[in-house]
Design a protein around this ligand. Structure first.
Ligand SMILES: Nc1ncnc2c1ncn2[C@@H]1O[C@H](COP(=O)(O)OP(=O)(O)O)[C@@H](O)[C@H]1O
Ligand SMILES: CC(=O)N[C@@H](CCC(=O)OP(=O)(O)O)C(=O)O
Length: 255
């Protein structure tokens, strides 16, 4: 069996830091190992919402997305952030094409929980557009908006970017999924990095509150992909060369 692709989730928390992520992504693509990039941008969306006088509210790491929030997150995730990453990867010497999970219905969703508003829970990944680009040597850059199929148009929904990455990695049979974030790894109750974290301990750290906020959907996405045989790691994306020296870095999820 051909080993699946390398999926890289770029956290909004590390976007814009002067790390080497885009050069590393472009170098992988040039070497013929074309990665699939999924990005967040939660912090950028919160800044735009604040500028518009709309407060941000999260529940278990998920943004409550009402009818005022939805157009802003679509504009920021499928537009601004996506195109900035495309521009940076192109400038680093590869060819990138950006789209969201609503394009080509790559990420079909249902409404996760009506109390969260327009938040999508993936039910199906249609990998065709991702594979077509990748096979053409083009880096797919995917923003965290999904589609709930409907008439007269699909409903656009906001999907946590870690959830998007976990589902896409699982659907592609990825060999590896790396989350670039703004901490050195998952921390235990004493604040120490956990180099290897198994599923049972991860669940208990969520239950006792040691893992909280944005780390909850990240760990849930990790466990989803891990169960399907993907090698999953959470590393510090602020560190130059993070993608070049993954051995022993951050937190490796283990069954
Ligand atoms: N146990 C934990 N270990 C590490 N980070 C944690 C933990 N619990 C909560 N967090 C928070 O999760 C954040 C990373 O998630 P998030 O803000 O969603 O980042 P990203 O934008 O990279 O997805 C960290 O900055 C940290 O504040
Ligand atoms: C439903 C939901 O929570 N969507 C996220 C999508 C962006 C995201 O996940 O960005 P990071 O990876 O930078 O955190 C949000 O609106 O913030």
């Amino acid at each position: 069996m051909t080993p699946g692709p390398f999926v890289i989730k770029v956290g909004g928390s590390t976007l814009g830091s002067t790390d080497t992520t885009y050069a590393d992504i472009a170098a992988l693509a040039r070497s013929g190992d074309v990665p699939v990039v999924v990005h967040g941008g939660g912090a950028e969306a919160s800044r735009w919402l604040e500028a518009m006088g709309i407060p941000s509210r999260f529940e278990r790491g998920l943004r409550v997305t009402d009818e005022r929030v939805l157009p802003v997150v679509v504009a920021v995730f499928a537009g601004l952030v996506n195109k900035r990453i495309v521009a940076a990867v192109n400038a680093a010497g590869a060819t990138a094409v950006g789209f969201s999970g609503a394009d080509g219905r790559v990420l079909e969703c249902r409404i996760a929980d009506p109390s969260l508003g327009f938040v999508g829970e993936p039910v199906r990944v249609n990998p065709g557009p991702i594979l077509a680009l990748q096979q053409a040597g083009i880096v797919p850059v995917i923003g965290p908006i999904g589609a709930v199929p409907g008439e007269p148009a699909d409903q656009l929904v906001n999907v946590n970017a870690d959830t998007v990455a976990g589902n896409i990695a699982a659907a592609l049979g990825a060999r590896r999924l790396v989350f670039l974030t703004d901490v050195e790894g998952v921390r235990d109750a004493a604040g120490e990095r956990i180099p290897r974290l198994d599923a049972a301990r991860a669940r208990s750290l969520i239950a006792d509150g040691t893992i909280s906020g944005g780390m909850i959907p990240k760990i849930e996405a990790c466990l989803h992909a891990l169960a399907l045989g993907v090698e999953v790691q959470i590393v510090d994306g602020r560190r130059p060369g993070a993608l070049q020296s993954l051995e022993g870095a951050g937190t490796l999820l283990v069954p």
